[in-house]
Design a protein around this ligand. Structure first.
Ligand code: FMN
Length: 305
């Protein structure tokens, strides 16, 4: 039987699937459900300093190519999650914290506050495409900002730091290199693409409350695979390949592009919370058929000439 367990930045994961940020919200109970559904690790919804209501409804739409969302970082603020996240052992798998800020000062505060919580790793999000004041809309997707924010979060963290990048930038590889140079322990590639827009032709208006939204799921997969492939050629730190993974075949493709682990977000909407177990079973079936004993054998295989 093929072996799916991995070590990611010192964390032992039973399998390479990781719940992506923002998919089941911020409660310990919902993260536990994802762990019970087979996730090897889980990521919380991103926390900001202030309480954020997010954009007005509707905030999530599906269309034949995948999903578009304008959630807008609704979250209770990092000061209000102590009860939820001070003891995370009951979740059963490593819990990855996630922080999102408007500028370097925000990230300093967020990193200090996150260090008091019980996360196994911390994801720094520089890449939301549709929330004014945050991510790419705040100009955070430059090598200079990536390096500065990564360094100051790293200086304040006891746990591995992952930097989550956007697929929407030219020179993505330079961002990954900047994160690595500043001490990032891993890269999460990628956040949603876009922003995009869907218009209701009867009311003649954009449907999403925030008008524009980030594109995830099926349409994102080839972009995410290309991003992972390019980043894998440029850095030595592990990559969490995220974007459109919903089947074992998709996950294998990410690993062959060079990912160590695989994030799953929209796949939860498509296949339910047990998507992680289903993906693992499908990976195992493929590996058994192809006589692949472990993921190490195929990691980055697409780079071989
Ligand atoms: C409804 C929704 C909310 C999201 N919220 C966040 C978030 O709070 N922080 C973040 O870093 N990414 C967020 N994302 C992006 C996902 O974590 C992931 O990077 C992206 O959806 C691509 O993966 P997927 O195609 O498997 O969904 C969100 C995605 C969706 C669909």
């Amino acid at each position: 039987m093929s072996e799916l367990s991995i070590t990611l930045c010192g964390m032992k994961l039973p399998n390479p699937t990781i719940l992506a940020s923002g998919i089941v919200g911020i409660s310990r109970a919902s993260l536990t459900l994802a762990a019970q559904g087979g996730a090897g690790a889980v990521t919380i919804k991103s926390l900001s300093i202030e309480v954020r209501k997010g954009h007005p409804a509707p905030i999530i739409l599906t269309y034949p190519g995948g999903m578009i969302n304008s959630v807008g970082y609704s979250n209770p603020g990092i000061d209000n999650v102590g009860d939820e996240f001070s003891d995370l052992t009951s979740v059963g798998v490593p819990v990855i914290g996630s922080i999102t800020g408007r500028n370097e000062d925000d990230y300093k505060i967020l990193a200090e506050k996150a260090a008091a919580l019980n996360f196994s790793a911390l994801e720094v999000v520089l890449s939301c495409p549709h929330t004014p004041g945050y991510g790419t809309m705040a100009g955070l997707s430059t090598p200079e900002k990536t390096e500065a924010v990564t360094r100051l979060v790293k200086d304040r963290s006891r746990v591995p730091v992952f930097v989550k990048l956007s697929p929407n930038v030219m020179g993505l590889v330079d961002l990954a290199k900047a994160a690595e140079a500043a001490g990032a322990d891993a890269i999460t590639a990628v956040n949603t693409a876009g922003p995009g827009m869907i218009i209701d032709i009867v009311s003649r208006k954009p449907i999403l409350g925030g008008k524009i939204g980030g594109i995830s799921g099926r349409a994102l997969r080839p972009i995410a695979v290309r991003c992972v492939y390019e980043i894998a050629q440029a850095v030595k730190i592990p990559i969490i390949g995220t974007g459109g993974v919903a089947t074992g075949q998709d996950a294998i493709e990410m690993i062959m592009a060079g990912a160590t682990a695989v994030g799953i977000g929209s796949g939860v909407y498509d296949r339910g919370i047990t998507v992680f177990r289903q993906v693992c079973q499908e990976m195992q079936a493929f590996m058994d058929t192809e006589n692949i004993k472990s993921l190490k054998e195929i990691r980055g295989a697409a780079h071989e000439v």
